[in-house]
Design a protein around this ligand. Structure first.
Ligand SMILES: C[S@@+](CC[C@H](N)C(=O)[O-])C[C@H]1O[C@@H](n2cnc3c(N)ncnc32)[C@H](O)[C@@H]1O
Ligand SMILES: Nc1nc2[nH]cc(C(=O)O)c2c(=O)[nH]1
Ligand code: SF4
Ligand SMILES: [Mg+2]
Length: 238
């Protein structure tokens, strides 16, 4: 069974290489990380376990089909860390019906079924997250993706230290398309789900990041904000 926090959409992918693409989100519950600025703690902290529903692959796909009116589109798997879940059957069932799959994961756990994905977004965490990075685990994720899964990198940048880390990290993987995403300085929390983000502060970070990238001639990097945050602020389910 798959631990499901929420299934919502269709909406648009607000982050990374597929920004703007219509998609339904399947959010799993449970994460092996606790990033200091995580905007999705209701799908991370064990105190919310009672809100996560164990669902079969068939039941998840039935809900996606209901939301999408049976028209196959991109399904985005996120969390929490969806790589902790048994998702191979869902990928098989969905592909049989014409759906495609992208996943958002931090690169801390590889699964054989990564090779069944259409898109794998790896988002290793910078120093500001407070999480340790494991190069070997990240390498295992890349290896598990194999040849048919398109892999992209998405790095969250909160400050100068993160930026320098991202520069060094990305240089090791020149073959991977890269998005830099400014950290939302005021994400919603489970205790304050209606919290408004500071869009001016976010925009200032975005400008700072664009200035850095252009001044450094880092022309391989694409800079994108979380589009859904700009459209819907910190709202959940969009
Ligand atoms: C909530 S995570 C879930 C998937 C997976 N655990 C991961 O981190 O990749 C989805 C994406 O949101 C990003 N994210 C989380 N909090 C953020 C924040 N405050 N500002 C910008 N991006 C954030 C993460 O870095 C990740 O790329
Ligand atoms: N529209 C939209 N795009 C997203 N991209 C990544 C999301 C996530 O929470 O993983 C997300 C999300 O929650 N909503
Ligand atoms: S890895 Fe992703 S879901 Fe887990 S705490 Fe960090 S941002 Fe949140
Ligand atoms: Mg999110």
């Amino acid at each position: 069974m798959i631990a499901i926090s929420e299934i919502f959409g269709p909406t648009i992918q607000g982050e990374g290489a597929l920004t703007g693409v219509p998609t339904v989100f399947v959010r799993t519950g449970g994460c092996d990380f606790r990033c200091s600025w995580c905007d999705t703690l209701y799908a991370v902290e064990p105190r919310f376990r009672a809100d996560w529903t164990p669902m079969s692959a068939g039941a998840v796909l039935a809900e996606v089909e209901r939301l999408s009116g049976g028209r196959p589109l991109l399904i985005t798997l996120s969390g929490g860390n969806p790589a902790l879940q048994p998702l191979g059957d869902l990928l098989q069932l969905g592909h049989d019906k014409g759906y495609t799959f992208a996943i958002e994961t931090q690169g801390s756990k590889a699964q054989k079924w990564f090779g069944q994905l259409d898109h794998l977004t790896l988002s290793p965490k910078p120093p500001s997250s407070g999480m340790a990075f494991s190069q070997s685990r990240f390498g295992e994720c890349l290896a598990a993706a194999g040849e048919h899964t398109r892999v992209t990198l998405k790095l969250v940048i909160a400050d100068e230290t993160d930026y320098r880390w991202a520069r060094e990290f990305a240089a090791q993987y020149p073959q991977l398309p890269l998005t830099l995403q400014p950290c939302n300085p005021v994400p919603a929390t489970p205790d304050e789900p209606e919290r408004e983000t500071d869009l001016d502060a976010l925009n200032a970070r975005l400008r700072w990041l664009v200035d850095k990238v252009t001044a450094d001639g880092w022309f391989e990097a694409r800079v994108l904000p979380q589009l859904h945050v700009i459209i819907w602020n910190n709202e959940r389910g969009v």
